[in-house]
Design a protein around this ligand. Structure first.
Ligand code: URA
Length: 440
């Protein structure tokens, strides 16, 4: 078999067989297939696509390119949740404790921020002492004791995705549905949970900008998950507007803790409850309505907040920061961004808001950049809000005043202010199961 022939076949729109995909992935991971040939293949896949059979084969070959985690030492149903990436998306810190408080185990591996989107590991590392690199045995032990542990990817997990993702990032081939589906699902399958709930974001701040593409991506991922023997469903949620008010690492941890104390923003609370209900449903705890009621109960009675505290403590973090969020170090500089005119917020480019937070150093511009845990944005006005000229739209936080100029410009360009009050927005657009998509 020759990689050249496989590239030629895909370039002409042919379907690759399981054996051909195995040859390609094993050869790429071992170094026998060079980056330049894989780059050509990625571009051919970008333009020619992959059918469901090929995408499933690619996912399984990628998942088996390294270790497959065996979670069987942990008793009971283990459920995972994955977001395709968003701005202000801190739901893991809320839904994990909710479902764990109800006895469904969460043994979760999370990632760092990517581009304009944040990552759970960066957020957790803003809690003093919190360890995101935990040896496997200890990780299992924490899940058994507290019901939940969240760590960074460790060991040799899906090396094919590490190499492929880095190559896609520099060859303009990230936004391909089969490549995104196989990248995400290979990691979810290798991480070993029995159930997987996918939060597929849609809109300006998401990888998938249209609802149609988001539903297609969700259907592909759900079908791969079910085909691999896992319980798997997806919600399509809004990412035209950032989720909640906080963007940036410690700011988002504080907002998550507040949400678990019943003082969170409505959009964040509702999306989190719906995701938690989906995870409970996946674990066989009842229909969607019953599971939503259970999730709401542990959020309101404080059990989910207590579970977050237990997890933070078990992973070496100082729980007093979660109990008293004013203990988090505040960024030394703050700038209020003022509305240039009166009207209503009729649009917020979520990607632009994410880029503004990266400019403040809440995220990375380059892979090895250090991030500033206290940097970020608190939105004071969101979609649909009335605003007077000169009123503060958002507060920027940074450790260096020189960063404010570019971030302010980017944030202001993200707000669209119009004279008319805009129509209502949805937070959740659809639910995707093995039976198809239910649109809301
Ligand atoms: N997240 C991933 O893990 N992979 C992708 O391709 C896109 C988002």
């Amino acid at each position: 078999m020759r990689m050249y022939d496989l590239i030629e076949k895909k370039k002409r729109g042919g379907a690759l067989s399981r054996e051909e995909i195995r040859f390609m992935i094993q050869g790429y991971v071992s170094g026998a297939i060079p980056d330049y040939q894989m780059s050509a293949m990625l571009m051919a896949i970008y333009f020619s696509g992959m059918d469901d059979e090929e995408t499933t084969a690619l996912t399984l070959e990628m998942a088996h390119s390294g270790d497959m985690v065996d979670l069987s030492p942990i008793q009971g149903f283990k459920v995972d949740k994955h977001s395709t990436g968003g701005v202000g998306d801190k739901t893991t810190l809320i839904v994990g404790p909710i479902v764990a408080a109800l006895g469904v185990r969460v043994a979760k591996m999370s990632g760092r921020g990517l581009g304009h989107t944040g990552g759970t590991i960066d957020k957790l590392e803003s809690i003093p002492g919190f360890q995101t690199s935990v040896p496997r045995e200890e990780f299992f032990d924490i899940v058994k004791r507290t019901g939940i542990a969240v760590a960074g990817q460790s060991g040799n997990l899906v090396p094919a995705d590490k190499k492929l993702y880095a190559l896609r990032d520099v060859t303009a081939t990230v936004d391909s549905i089969p490549l995104i589906a196989s990248s995400i699902m290979s990691k979810k399958l290798a991480a070993g949970s029995d159930g997987i709930v996918l939060d597929v974001k849609t809109g300006s701040g998401a990888f998938m900008k249209t609802l149609e593409d988001s539903v297609t991506l969700a259907r592909k991922m759900v079908s791969i998950g079910i085909g691999a023997g896992r319980a798997c469903t997806a919600l399509i949620t809004d990412m035209d507007v950032p989720l909640g008010f906080a963007i940036g690492n410690s700011l988002e941890v504080i907002e998550s803790a507040e949400t678990l104390r019943g003082r969170g923003p409505e959009d964040l609370k509702e999306v989190s409850l719906r995701l938690a209900a989906e995870m409970l449903h996946t674990a066989g705890r009842g229909d969607a309505g019953t599971c939503y009621g259970m999730a709401l109960e542990v959020l309101e009675d404080g059990r989910a907040f207590d579970t977050l505290l237990a997890m933070v403590e078990a992973q070496g973090g100082d729980r007093s920061f979660i109990e008293n969020p004013e203990r988090f170090p505040k960024a030394p500089f703050m700038l209020g961004v003022k509305a240039p005119e009166s009207g209503y917020v009729a649009g917020m480019d979520a990607e632009g808001c994410g880029v503004a937070s990266v400019l403040l150093k809440a995220g990375r511009s380059k892979k090895d950049d250090a991030i500033d845990s206290s940097a970020g944005i608190i939105l004071k006005k969101k979609y649909g809000d009335a605003v007077e000229k000169g009123e503060v739209l958002a507060e920027l936080y940074a450790s260096d005043e020189a960063l404010f100029g570019a971030a302010k410009e980017r944030l202001l360009a993200s707000y669209r202010i119009e004279g008319e009050k805009p129509g209502e927005r949805k937070w959740i657009y659809a639910r995707v199961t093995g039976d198809g998509a239910e649109m809301f």
